[in-house]
Design a protein around this ligand. Structure first.
Ligand SMILES: NC(=O)c1ccc[n+]([C@@H]2O[C@H](COP(=O)([O-])OP(=O)(O)OC[C@H]3O[C@@H](n4cnc5c(N)ncnc54)[C@H](OP(=O)(O)O)[C@@H]3O)[C@@H](O)[C@H]2O)c1
Length: 273
């Protein structure tokens, strides 16, 4: 029996690459996306696909029904869907705060809670969460995204304690810069949500917008999504999966520095990356 895995956010980037990579490795992959056209694209690429928008309980329920129609076992969930709300903390409207948490935190958690009973019955399962280097250290202009990934880190640390002995293992993946559509997707949200004209950060926002518009990597040490796939495979297949998987040099660097540097020195560095 091939192992089954449900992946969220497979329309592009890390989710798409991991879905294709795991299928090639022999997994039965339920590669989900929130738009119909992306479900069609995924099906055309030979993946089993259906719609799943993690912002909606109804969509999560439908996806669970779909899975139960197709299989009795679900070996793994990769909670990958997410987006990056950009903007200074003092400029984030409440709706944008909520939306960021709906997708990156509440959606991922509600989906995990939907698969846990199934995995408890099986006495096995792996839930892997796509967090971020920004779940470990902060960065200016990313405050609410930071908050969502810090929240994910806290929830998963708790889950790990609570699930002990259940046969279910949880792991976090901590990518630094990885090639994907994350910046392209962040741009319209940034434009829609942030009142740039009335902000003290007008100049910063102009520079930020230019960066978001750029195609291709803008940060040093950017890796391709295959770097995440490699860690995902370890988290899925190792008899002793790690609690945290670092991906990219910046994650290793800041993962270390945050433990050893005084906060003032760490802040000095983080303001400059
Ligand atoms: N790339 C990086 O540098 C990086 C670094 C650290 C962490 N991450 C994390 O990696 C994950 C994947 O992002 P990516 O870099 O691959 O970017 P991406 O190419 O923009 O992919 C994000 C995926 O999430 C989906 N998504 C967004 N909101 C959703 C919702 N409500 N329900 C279901 N799917 C939704 C998107 O679907 P649509 O196409 O419909 O919008 C897309 O498929 C995210 O959680 C991100 O925070 C990325």
């Amino acid at each position: 029996m091939p192992k089954t895995i449900l992946i969220t956010g497979c329309s592009s980037g890390i989710g798409l690459h991991c879905a294709l990579g795991l299928k090639k490795r022999g997994y039965r992959v339920f590669a989900t996306a929130r738009k119909k056209k992306d479900v069609q694209m995924l099906s055309k690429r030979g993946l089993e696909s259906f719609q799943l928008d993690v912002d909606y309980t109804s969509s999560i329920r439908n996806a669970m029904k779909e899975i139960q129609k197709r299989t009795k076992r679900l070996d793994a969930l990769f909670n990958n869907a997410g987006y990056s709300q950009v903007g200074a903390v003092e400029d984030i409207p409440r709706d944008a705060m909520r939306a960021q948490f709906e997708t990156n935190v509440f959606g991922a958690l509600e989906l995990a809670n939907a698969v846990i009973p199934l995995m408890r019955k099986q006495k096995s399962g792996r839930i892997i969460w796509n967090s971020s280097i920004l779940g470990l250290v902060a960065m200016p202009m990313r405050g609410i995204y930071n908050a969502s990934k810090f929240a994910m880190e806290g929830l998963v640390d708790t889950l790990r304690l609570e699930l002990e002995g259940s046969g279910i293992q949880v792991s976090l993946i901590e990518p630094g810069p990885v090639r994907s559509k994350v910046r392209k997707n962040a741009l319209p949200i940034f434009r829609r949500t942030i009142d740039k004209k009335n902000s003290v950060y007008q100049q910063t926002y102009r520079e930020l917008e230019e960066k978001l518009k750029e195609e291709g990597p803008v940060a040093p040490f950017t890796l391709g999504p295959e770097a995440v796939l490699k860690k995902l495979i370890h988290a899925l297949e190792s008899p002793n999966p790690k609690a945290r998987y670092y991906v990219t040099f910046p994650t290793y660097l800041f993962g270390f520095l945050r433990k050893v540097l005084p906060i003032r020195v760490l802040d000095f560095l983080l303001k400059r990356v």
